[in-house]
Ligand binder design. Structure first.
Ligand SMILES: *[C@@H]1O[C@H](CO)[C@@H](O)[C@H](O)[C@H]1NC(C)=O
Ligand SMILES: *[C@@H]1O[C@H](CO)[C@@H](O)[C@H](O)[C@H]1NC(C)=O
Length: 319
């Protein structure tokens, strides 16, 4: 069940110094804005080792209210050659697939909901996707709808079914990124599963600043009732079990592996273990600059240059 991995490259992409061919599905999210990071944080498509990934999700492209796909950053995507750089990785790994990701946290529900409900707008999205595959060399579409609501439940399946039907002749892939904890009101899991190639489980951000205590980003298992900082269903194992129990095809599930950590501002610096009271987000990474987030590259730097408390190391064992 855990044979497939979905590496969240949205904050950082890890490059190994050795290469090996990935043999199962490894989905790597590439954040197109990483090219603008300062100094050593800058990250280009050519920095990705394409033998580590079987699929690269190009995040994000936008969608116009009429359903047509939108290049959000023409300067980076086209002029600076970010899309071309990703496609060029296929020269190194000819089996690599590249996928357009739409949606994401910032897009929210507002864009996709009106498209999913309208036959005309769904047709526009389908036609536009096929056009983008042709124009830019992509091999599929990833829908990262955060999040559908009860009113969207049937429309989401209709959208996926129509996309799948339109993509099949060309062999294009259709994938979705979904909430780790199934949203029963909005997810028709058997139907979603039947219509997509992959379901990328967002098995991360289980503990973030704002939760009031420190906790692991992406625990594999629940530590049991004596782990008060963890909730029973907020770990990778129970996420997978829940999705399978609700009718997802296990062979289509990928688990999300975050290559970043969350930081916390401790209420009391002398109490710094898991479950310690935390008032706010801690430091941001100097390159990624996300609120309460540090990329693996930034954490690795801290580990090298400073005395890092042992419990911090144990958290990173979970990454
Ligand atoms: C959708 O809107 C965009 C932006 O206004 C426009 O470029 C595109 O042609 C429209 N697509 C259709 C199918 O009308
Ligand atoms: C995995 O999760 C399921 C469902 O929450 C649970 O029943 C099972 O005991 C868990 N397995 C382990 C090894 O913790």
């Amino acid at each position: 069940m855990f044979a497939k991995y979905f590496a969240a490259f949205s904050v950082f992409c890890l490059v190994f110094r050795y290469t090996y061919g990935a043999t199962d599905t490894v989905v790597c999210y590439y954040a197109n804005w990483a090219i603008y990071r300062p100094d050593k944080g800058v990250f280009h498509a050519s920095d990705i080792d394409p033998n580590l990934c079987t699929i690269i999700n190009y995040a994000f492209m936008g969608v116009y209210p009429n359903g047509t796909l939108q290049i959000l950053d023409a300067w980076g995507d086209i002029e600076l050659g970010n899309i071309a750089g990703v496609q060029a990785l296929k020269e190194i790994n000819p089996n690599l697939k590249t996928i357009i990701s739409i949606g994401g946290w910032n897009a929210g529900n507002a864009i996709l909901s009106p498209i999913a409900v309208s036959p005309e707008l769904r047709a526009n999205l389908i036609a536009s996707s096929l056009e983008f595959f042709d124009l830019y060399g992509f091999d599929g579409l990833d829908i990262d709808w955060e999040y559908p609501e009860a009113k969207d439940k049937e429309n989401f399946v209709t959208l996926l079914n129509e996309l799948k039907t339109a993509f099949q002749p060309g062999g294009y892939l259709l994938t979705i990124a979904v909430s780790a904890i199934p949203i029963d009101d909005a997810y028709d899991i058997p139907q979603m599963s039947a219509n997509v190639d992959l379901i990328n489980l967002m098995t991360y951000d289980f503990h973030i600043a704002g939760g009031g205590i420190t906790g692991e980003n992406s625990p594999l298992y629940w530590g049991g009732a004596d782990s008060p900082w963890q909730k029973e269903f907020e770990n990778c194992n129970s996420t997978v079990v829940n999705w399978v129990d609700r009718g997802a095809d296990p062979t289509k599930l990928t688990i999300g592996v975050p290559f970043y950590g969350h930081t916390f501002q401790l209420a009391d610096p002398s109490n710094h273990g898991l479950g310690a009271p935390a008032s706010d987000a801690g430091m941001s990474g100097p390159y990624t600059k996300g609120y309460g987030i540090m990329g693996f590259n930034e954490v690795a730097f801290l580990l090298r240059v400073s005395q890092v408390p042992v419990q911090m190391l144990s958290c990173f064992a979970d990454l």
